[in-house]
Ligand binder design. Structure first.
Ligand SMILES: [Zn+2]
Length: 441
């Protein structure tokens, strides 16, 4: 084994051994240790490190390493990865201890190898190697997150408060076969209805008195999709998929397979066939919770209060605040005027997308294809990533990918794995990308 391979493996072994399970409050120390581990590596490479911590947040490591020559003229590049992981789950499901990096059949096993520790090691190693030969062509700003798995917002918040910006960003937290070029946003809200002052007997008042259950159902049904399409006001602004994007969906697993594997059923007769269009390129609404009356025991009463939580995922081109106003108008119009209705929003994020022919994305796809052997497909994803949206809004090109193979990595499950060969090839690809970004002005 070459000394380079050994160095990469030993770094990853150290990081995997730190049980940085962020959803487990009892392991907050380990999460801190993983952050300190990354901070120490950046310092050793000559970087300036600071740690930002928002209230109740986990440490966010910010490490700055200047370009080897004329840093004042070199572009700034953000590098993002996260050191926290999901819990290992039942130990008996693992073929080797989850927090011991294990090599087996060309794969590296351990909790967090694919999501996201190997990617962090790759980012660090690529920069260290360039620094050691005085060839780092860009000013690097590491953002090493420790709360990605608990939906933390520290990195996003830090970036919003950082006026310097960057000429490009590299988010390594994904799959090697994909370049994420877009995300959906998020509107999370709570609809509450009140239809009276107290519960009353349905035998005495049923038929004449307004009931909270029916009222809530009427109000929320104004938001429902018909034949798979949300009401027009909720679709307004949605950027349609390009021909190239539609073409790329054919290379993915089918909706039938993906739904069946997740134990889900299709929402309507065309939903499985249109799976990728529906989940990546169209807004979606989910009623995520409803509460009315007491279903645990017999009741003959008319409920007077009810509430529902809704999650709406807008796509690029749509404004979350404009959609929020439309939702409010629809539910109010559908709600009987005698009822009181309240709508509160907890989260409002826009979707975002970049053109797949953005030069930085082409550069990254070329470098990954050269080193890994297959070209990543530019895809919009259905999930949300505030950091991505934030960068897109600033006009910063984002290269968002990773070196694990999502469909076989078992991220968040037992026997999480990462192809051993991708460790070195990943470092080579990132070096090429950084060199390319150095020329790209
Ligand atoms: Zn991740």
């Amino acid at each position: 084994m070459s000394s380079r391979t050994e160095r990469l493996l030993s770094g990853l072994r150290e990081l995997v051994a730190i049980e940085s399970v962020s959803p487990d409050a009892a392991r907050a120390d380990a999460v801190d240790r993983a952050s300190r581990w990354a901070a120490a590596r950046i310092r050793r490479a000559g970087g300036d490190v600071s740690v930002s911590k928002v209230e109740r947040g986990r440490p966010l490591v910010i490490g700055e390493i200047p370009a080897s020559a004329t840093p004042r003229d070199a572009p700034d590049v953000l590098l993002y990865g996260h050191v926290d992981v999901q819990p290992a789950g039942p130990l008996e499901m693992w073929d080797s201890p989850p927090f011991e990096l294990t090599r087996r059949d060309g794969q590296l096993y351990g909790r967090g190898v694919a999501d996201d520790k190997a990617n962090v090691v790759i980012l660090l190693a690529a920069v260290e190697e360039l620094v050691s030969v005085h060839a780092l062509p860009v000013n690097v700003r590491f953002l090493i997150d420790a709360e990605e798995e608990v939906g933390g917002e520290s990195a996003d918040e830090w970036l919003r408060n950082d006026s310097r910006g960057a000429s490009a960003a590299l988010i390594l937290d994904g799959s090697v076969d994909e370049l994420t070029v877009g995300i959906r946003g998020m509107l999370y809200g709570r609809i509450s209805v009140t239809t009276g002052a107290a519960e009353q007997h349905s035998g005495l008042y049923g038929g004449a008195a307004l009931s909270a259950g029916e009222t809530l159902v009427r109000a929320t049904s104004s938001l429902l999709a018909l034949d798979g399409r949300l009401p027009r006001p909720l679709r307004r602004g949605a950027a349609p998929p390009s021909a190239g994007e539609q073409e790329s969906w054919h290379r993915l697993r089918t909706g039938e397979e993906l739904l069946a594997e997740a134990g889900l059923r299709a929402a309507d007769t065309t939903a499985a066939r249109e799976f990728h269009q529906r989940t990546r390129a169209e807004p979606a609404l989910t009623i995520t919770g409803m509460r009315v009356g007491d279903v645990s025991q017999f009741s003959g009463s008319i409920p007077f209060e009810a509430e529902a939580t809704i999650m709406l995922r807008p796509v690029a081109g749509q404004s979350a605040t404009a959609i929020a106003a439309e939702v409010e108008r629809l539910v109010r119009d559908a709600c009987p005027s005698e009822a009181s209705l309240e709508l509160k929003w907890d989260l409002l994020y826009d979707g975002a997308a970049m053109a797949p022919d953005t030069p930085e994305l082409i550069l990254a796809a070329d470098a990954i294809e050269r080193n890994i052997g297959a070209r990543p497909v530019p895809l919009r994803t259905g999930g949300s990533l505030p950091l991505f949206e934030n960068l897109c809004q600033r006009g910063t090109p984002v290269i968002c990918t990773g070196f694990g193979v999502e469909r076989e990595a078992n991220m968040h499950g037992p026997n999480e794995r990462f192809p051993e060969a991708h460790l070195e090839r990943g470092v080579d690809a990132i070096r090429e990308i950084l060199v390319g970004l150095g020329k790209h002005r």
